[in-house]
Design a binder for this molecule. Structure first.
Ligand SMILES: Cc1cc2nc3c(=O)[nH]c(=O)nc-3n(C[C@H](O)[C@H](O)[C@H](O)COP(=O)(O)O)c2cc1C
Length: 191
């Protein structure tokens, strides 16, 4: 298999990490992958906040869980009540990805940031680093004081988090099966 496809196929959402911190050179490769993502009109409307503070990561997890517990969505409430649940799966590094506010000249910040995130996940996999895209911090990012505490530049809004850490090789996450019937073709009729 070609190496890009191999990386794409092998990447899994990892939810168990070693506790040793990422080497700086590995983190730099992941961040480089992020900024080389495509973006609409080449806006590059992203910001990456790297958090490597155990206490801050744990506090963010606790606060998110307390907000999830009041969610109208049943599976979110259930997850919040799950014994031992940690929003960042106890990863040593969390990157908060923020996008500029959409406006007249900026149409797709969400998509641009998502492209950057996928690049980071694949770069991490290529280095043997586990990662997991975290959407549930949307609960935390709805609270202005929590956002302020992150010190993200003023005109950016946090959208997602991504957690990273070296993989715990004693646990290989199974690949969730892919759904069928997600591709169709529209082709010119041959006369
Ligand atoms: C937008 C988005 C949000 C996600 N949010 C979470 C999350 O909050 N917590 C988590 O553990 N996984 C999260 N995931 C990971 C998905 O659960 C995972 O990608 C999916 O189950 C498929 O598994 P795979 O990544 O191993 O292929 C998220 C993925 C995406 C793309």
């Amino acid at each position: 298999m070609n190496p890009v496809m191999e990386t794409i196929r092998n990447r899994r959402s990892v939810r168990r990490f070693r506790q040793d911190q990422l080497r700086r050179e590995d983190l730099d490769v992941i961040l480089e992958a992020a900024i080389w993502a495509p973006s609409g009109h080449n806006a590059q409307p992203w910001h990456f906040l790297v958090i490597q503070d155990r206490e801050k990561i744990d506090k963010m997890s606790e606060k998110t869980i307390s907000l999830m517990a009041d969610s109208p969505i049943e599976w979110v409430r259930k997850l919040a009540g799950k014994e031992g649940y940690h929003v960042f799966h106890r990863a040593p590094t969390v990157i908060v990805v923020s996008g500029k506010e959409p406006g007249e000249n900026l149409l797709f910040p969400h998509a641009d940031c998502s492209a950057a995130i996928q690049n980071m996940l694949l770069a991490a996999e290529s280095l043997g680093i586990g990662s997991c895209w975290i959407g549930l911090t949307v609960f935390l990012f709805g609270i202005p004081e929590e956002v302020k505490s992150l010190g993200i530049p003023e005109d950016y809004r946090p959208l997602y988090s991504v957690c990273f850490g070296y993989k715990d090789d004693s646990f290989v996450p199974p690949a969730p099966p892919r759904k069928e019937g997600k591709v169709s073709f529209y082709q010119a009729q041959k006369s």
